[in-house]
Design a protein around this ligand. Structure first.
Ligand code: URA
Length: 220
């Protein structure tokens, strides 16, 4: 007998997200283990491994990037490649200890295309972001940060809504329905790596300013 339409649509939606894989009473180690076997979207065939979030389970700040890059895909940890090194320098300048921060991405597998021998980053599609979202929601529920910092437009739009413009609203704190933390957005550190020599220092200084605002919001 055919499934009623609404039930089959719900079942299909569940299959297309990681929701059925999220364990009950999650902890970060339990989520990391479960996500390692995630096949909710086809990116698990492309990336070498799931790159899950890392950091203290009770961090006051959560940083959310887009997706792991080439280095992260190889090493299995978020923000350990060139963008991660720049992020580390900016956190240090803003007087935030990286060890105190939970760092993750909206998509947990590397999406790339071959260019010769190189693996070039490709932006994740909405379907990948949707499929992966239950992992981010579970991380948010476990860590329950006071401040959620979106790094770049992909993270900002996934979290604060598709019309959110980082260029116009960076450094502001906004309330987002369904998220307990204060949400703020700044640029993605890789945009600073791509900036030309004339603008790079100013862009780094602005990034550090945004992160300093985050640190001060915790102090006060
Ligand atoms: N870029 C991201 O968005 N996340 C990483 O983990 C690395 C690079």
């Amino acid at each position: 007998m055919a499934e009623p339409a609404s039930r089959s649509i719900r079942a299909k939606a569940a299959r297309e997200t990681a929701a059925p894989l999220v364990p009950e009473n999650p902890t970060i180690p339990k989520l990391q283990q479960a996500a390692a076997r995630c096949t909710a979207c086809e990116l698990h065939l492309l990336g070498s491994q799931t790159v899950f979030g890392e950091g203290p389970e009770k961090a006051r700040v959560m940083l959310v990037g887009e997706q792991p890059g080439d280095r992260e895909d190889v090493e299995g940890h978020p923000f350990v490649g060139p963008a991660g090194k720049l992020l580390d320098r900016a956190l240090e300048d803003a007087e935030i200890e990286r060890e105190d921060v939970y760092v993750t991405n909206v998509v947990k597998h590397f999406r790339w295309e071959a260019r010769g021998k190189r693996r070039l980053h490709r932006k994740p599609a909405m379907a990948h972001i949707t499929a992966c979202r239950p992992w981010l929601d579970a991380e948010l529920a476990v860590v329950n940060p006071e401040v959620l910092v979106c790094l770049g437009a992909t993270a900002a739009q996934a979290i604060a809504g598709r019309s959110f413009k980082v260029t116009e609203r960076r450094g502001e704190f906004v309330d987002v329905e369904g998220i307990d933390a204060l949400v703020t957005a700044t640029v993605h550190p890789s945009s600073i790596l791509r900036a030309d020599d004339v603008n790079r220092d100013a862009e780094m200084a602005a990034f550090v300013r945004d992160l300093t605002t985050v640190r001060r919001s915790l102090d006060g």
